[in-house]
Design a protein around this ligand. Sequence first.
Ligand SMILES: [Zn+2]
Length: 159
Amino acid sequence: MDDERDQTLMRRALAQAEAALTKRQAPFGAVVVDRSGEVLGEGHNTVRADRDPSAHGEVVAIRAALRRLESGRLPPGTTLYTSCEPCLMCAVVIAQLGIGRVVYAARGTDVPGAKRLLDADLSQAAPWVNAEPGWTPIELRGDLLREEALRSLAAFDWG
Ligand SMILES: [Zn+2]
């Protein structure tokens, strides 16, 4: 996957995080793209607005993609770009759907006050998935434009 495309699509995920900030939502954004880089769905965290604890940016973007696709499933070769490393809840969704590549900016440990189940995020869960037959291996690229994601995280009132 070429670096320029990764950067462009990560900027789009970061723009979603910024859009969340302006709506007083937690600054997490995500974009789902197919093999060719076409955007299938995007969105940002709406946990507070929707009073939906599962409405993480990744889940919102994946829901948008699945609703748009007639097959109701993500095509092979799907990549998820997210402004922050996916948590374990999102990791389950990613693994169940067979998303084979995830690119993230900030790390899970960068989130102020984050409560991380099993002290883990996707980078701890992916090796288990990748060693398990019958699951789609997950290729990870972390820390892409991390500094920009950190700025959004710092701008949010976590209280
Ligand atoms: Zn999550």
